[in-house]
Design a protein around this ligand. Structure first.
Ligand code: HEM
Ligand SMILES: *[C@@H]1O[C@H](CO)[C@@H](O)[C@H](O)[C@H]1NC(C)=O
Ligand SMILES: *[C@@H]1O[C@H](CO)[C@@H](O)[C@H](O)[C@H]1NC(C)=O
Ligand SMILES: *[C@@H]1O[C@H](CO)[C@@H](O)[C@H](O)[C@H]1NC(C)=O
Length: 366
């Protein structure tokens, strides 16, 4: 659609037409990224609706390490090819899961800069794609953006259903790990009249399963990396399961609904999204409750021994690790639409942390 409009109109005209559609092309060929207003469509809702049937991905469709984005693409809430803009990710995560704008903005904004093309406003929810070229000036090295599946910066160790990069497949669903999750439900889960005894994922299940995964990774992966940003993502993702995958009508998450999303990458039949937006603060509180049962300090294995990072003096250790270490410093020196978008996204990423804005200082090409 965007290409067609561009071909049919002069640049000045396409700017106004595309603005209406949320994709503004500028004279340097970039696409302006904008933070949409908070939606008012944030109540409980049955998902999917009739317009979003499950269709299994084709061989050229990108899928990756995020069960939620994969599911949204399988239902056409995200483009089915797995290539999405910042605005499309915010709209889809709200429509499908009622994720609050600023939480989705942080996730999508960081990912766009770390693993996407922030000049063209394109991010792959899987791996490298012929649709996403190298960024202008090859400021992050000669390779095209890796997509969110590329290891480091965002995809990381101690995932729940993907292996550590050093151990095995870090991108796709691993049934052996999921079986450990199911075992934790069988041991610590709540009973439910409909779904059966010990069938409901609760806080205790998540506390014990997450700690077990850390102990396994720490024991198996000689170089396990669990610095501040990765601890934050990893425990936030545990909180996402409890808060976003739960059935909105009951607030409970059955092992059947969990399996549907993780293994089949489709919503369970008769599933409802949560009844209020899941905000950043709410997620962080839930994540802290998971972590506090078995506290873990940021660190990494060096020859198999877990070494703690020096104590952080930052306003927020995770925010500072994300921006200072995981975004290439060369983002500071871009121009034109690329610069406009990087500025927009850096502000969006800083917002939920409530910290003074930092500038990227990380290595290039990682
Ligand atoms: C808004 C944009 C989003 C982006 C860019 C994103 C990106 C990612 C990435 C890169 C991972 C892999 C991290 C790892 O190594 O484990 C991941 C995992 C995960 N994401 Fe997302 N995600 C987004 C939204 C969501 C939403 C809306 C949910 C829940 C409704 C969600 C739930 C999860 C879960 C549960 C995992 C952990 C999977 C595992 O550990 O096995 N994500 N996501
Ligand atoms: C997953 O899909 C398979 C094949 O369609 C189906 O038999 C199974 O019941 C599904 N599992 C869940 C939990 O939805
Ligand atoms: C969600 O809850 C409603 C109301 O209790 C129920 O009818 C529906 O079957 C549940 N869906 C799932 C996937 O558990
Ligand atoms: C490049 O960015 C740095 C900040 O990381 C800034 O100090 C420097 O002036 C910039 N150089 C140019 C040529 O814009």
């Amino acid at each position: 659609m965007f290409t067609t409009l561009k071909a049919l109109t002069v640049v000045a005209t396409s700017f106004s037409i595309c603005s209406v559609l949320g994709a503004a092309t500028t004279s340097d060929g970039g696409v302006i990224i904008t933070l949409p207003p908070r939606s008012t469509d944030v109540g409980i809702k049955k998902v999917p609706d009739a317009a979003h049937p499950f269709i299994a991905p084709g061989p050229n469709d990108q899928r990756g390490p995020c069960p939620a984005l994969n599911t949204l693409a399988n239902h056409g809430y995200l483009p089915r090819d797995g290539i999405a803009s910042f605005e499309q990710i915010l709209a889809a995560t709200r429509e499908g899961f009622n994720m609050d704008r600023d939480l989705a903005g942080f996730l999508a904004g960081f990912s766009m800069m770390a693993r996407g093309n922030a000049f063209l406003n394109k991010l792959s929810i899987g791996s490298i794609s012929p649709q996403i070229p190298v960024v202008p000036g090859a400021i992050d090295g000669p390779a095209p953006p890796g997509g969110i599946a590329k290891h480091d910066r965002f995809e990381g160790d101690v995932s729940m259903t993907r292996q550590d990069f050093n151990i095995g497949d870090d991108v796709h669903f691993q049934i052996s790990l999921f079986d450990e999750f199911l075992s934790a439900i069988a041991e610590f889960g709540d009973d439910d009249p409909v779904h059966g005894p010990k069938s409901i994922v609760n806080m205790k299940v998540m506390q014990e399963f997450k700690f077990q995964r850390f102990q396994e990774a720490q024991g198996q992966d000689n170089a396990v990396s669990f610095h501040a940003s990765r601890i934050a993502s990893s425990y936030n993702e545990a909180a996402f399961i409890l808060t976003f995958f739960a059935n909105g009508t009951t607030g409970t998450l059955s092992k059947q609904a969990l399996t549907s999303i993780f293994q089949n990458q489709t919503f369970a039949p008769n599933w409802f999204r949560r009844s209020s937006p899941g905000t950043f603060d709410f997620i962080v509180d839930t994540a802290m409750e998971v972590l506090n049962a078995h506290p873990i300090q940021p660190g990494a294995n060096v020859n198999g021994v877990y070494e703690l990072d020096p104590p952080s003096t930052a306003c927020n250790a995770a925010y500072s690790d994300f921006v200072l270490n995981n975004l290439p410093h060369t983002l500071n020196n871009v121009t034109g639409t690329f610069k406009t978008n990087v500025n927009t996204l850096l502000n969006i990423v800083a917002t939920p942390f409530g910290c003074p804005k930092l500038l990227p200082a990380g290595p290039v090409g990682q």
